[in-house]
Design a protein around this ligand. Structure first.
Ligand code: ASP
Length: 425
């Protein structure tokens, strides 16, 4: 009875998040076009109320990420216990993540060459932004070494996801090995994990308000005038994102699990809406784990590992933007790309996806690395910066959907999914 009640309440929340998305976007457009410019509008409404509530909400979610990921990973790896199964799950997950990213870039390049977004562009109409300070690039060797934390507390303090994952897995495996000798510590983590999940639910209950403010502020600030000359570019990115999200992922889901893709999309849509409004994969981790568990029956043992890992290394949406941006910038500058160049783009955009953190706008920074790899001018980034926020929102929704699809497939293969929950309406 209480279960049913709870379920009803949850459905209510999803619907509320959607209403907030739509009403927020409309409110933003009204603020931008209807309310005349004034201190009240700019300082009080847009940069005051909307900014404070929206950012406050994101911060509440971010507050949970490190402790939640750490505890749930410790519990997950402890429950799986043996390193063999963990290794199998790890290899499968990483393999799937890399393969879908490479596929995503290929789709992006194909769509871009179909639409040719940079040809015939009136450069004067484009709003150029200052390119951010040079990107700090770390070598591949260092990136790999950085996975091992010198100081796990330091990694947690700075929110470095990969070292946190490594340390948590290690702790969990050791707890499993020690068994009853370490039961106090094991219980502590499992209870702390419950506390974090309760906090997630409490914070999610105000998600509609947070989502409304975030979306309203974005639309109130950007308006549509910057979009016009960039429509072909934005259209190309959006088309490739839609193909990846609603065709590629769903076909993969069906082939590997025989689960109903429509059900998956329906149940996962609120998480996409959340990622869309916040433009950060990291902040979406708690909601994603919760939704996969409660609505789709995916065991937290799997999702607590694959979702944070995906939010860190799997950015299919971001690599799609980068693939299209490469073609766009090459066309604007009149540079021809060879087949070899395109293969390099697939490779570097896949690596960039691993190196992109799940926070807003980082995809633009790692784009510099992809442009460099084929000798395109990084100044080209200035052309797309002005309109990137909206695309960032869209690609983040795709980024986290890729993680969830992979999680569901891996959970299915590990027999860690309750199909009755997935199929329940
Ligand atoms: N905002 C994206 C994410 O968090 C990263 C990016 O593409 O900038 O997934």
């Amino acid at each position: 009875m209480t279960e049913v009640k709870k379920e009803k309440k949850k459905l209510g929340l999803s619907t509320k998040i959607f209403i907030a998305l739509i009403v927020g976007a409309l409110a933003g457009v009204v603020i931008h076009y209807v309310i005349p410019d004034s201190n009240f509008k700019n300082e009080f409404i847009v940069e005051g109320v909307l900014y404070v509530i929206g950012q406050g909400f994101i911060r509440l979610m971010q507050m949970l990420v490190v402790p939640l990921v750490f505890c749930s990973l410790v519990c997950g790896s402890m429950a799986i216990g043996d390193t063999k199964t963990l290794g199998k799950v790890g290899i499968k997950t990483v393999g799937f993540y890399i393969a879908t990213t490479a596929l995503a870039v290929t789709i992006a390049l194909s769509v871009a060459y179909l639409i040719n977004p940079g040809i015939g562009l009136n450069m004067d109409a484009v709003e150029k932004s200052e390119v951010a300070a040079a990107t700090s690039s770390t070598s591949i060797v260092d990136t790999l070494l950085n996975i091992i934390p010198k100081n796990p507390i330091g990694a947690m303090a700075s929110g470095d996801m990969l070292p946190i994952i490594v340390f948590a897995l290690f702790v969990g495996i050791m707890l499993a090995k020690l068994g009853s000798k370490a039961s106090t510590v094991a219980n502590f983590f499992s209870q702390f994990n419950d506390v974090m999940m309760e906090m997630t639910m409490a914070i999610m209950s105000i998600a509609p308000i947070g989502v409304f403010c975030l979306i309203a502020r974005t639309f109130a600030t950007v308006g549509f005038s910057a979009f016009a000359p960039m429509l072909k570019y934005m259209g190309s990115v959006t088309l490739a994102l839609v193909l990846q999200c609603f065709v590629v992922y769903q076909v993969l889901l069906f082939i590997f699990t025989r689960l109903n893709p429509i059900k998956f999309i329906k149940k996962f849509l609120p998480v996409m809406g959340f990622a869309f409004s916040t433009a950060t994969s990291n902040a979406t981790i708690p909601m994603s784990i919760d939704t996969l568990n409660k609505k789709m029956g995916v065991s937290k043992q799997i999702s607590s590992f694959t979702v944070p890992l995906g939010a860190t290394i799997n950015m299919d949406g971001t690599s799609i933007m980068q693939g299209v941006a490469v073609v766009f910038i090459a066309q604007v500058y009149g540079i021809d790309l060879t087949i070899g160049n395109l293969a390099t783009v697939v490779l570097t955009a896949t690596l960039a996806s691993i190196g992109t953190a799940g926070v807003p706008s980082v995809g633009l920074v790692t784009l510099a690395m992809v442009l460099n790899s084929v000798g395109l001018p990084t100044e080209g980034i200035a052309l797309i910066m002005g309109i990137d926020r909206i695309l960032d929102m869209l690609r983040t929704a795709v980024n986290i959907t890729g993680d969830a699809v992979c999680t569901t497939i891996v959970a299915h293969q590990e027999k860690a999914i309750k199909k009755d929950i997935f199929n329940a309406s």
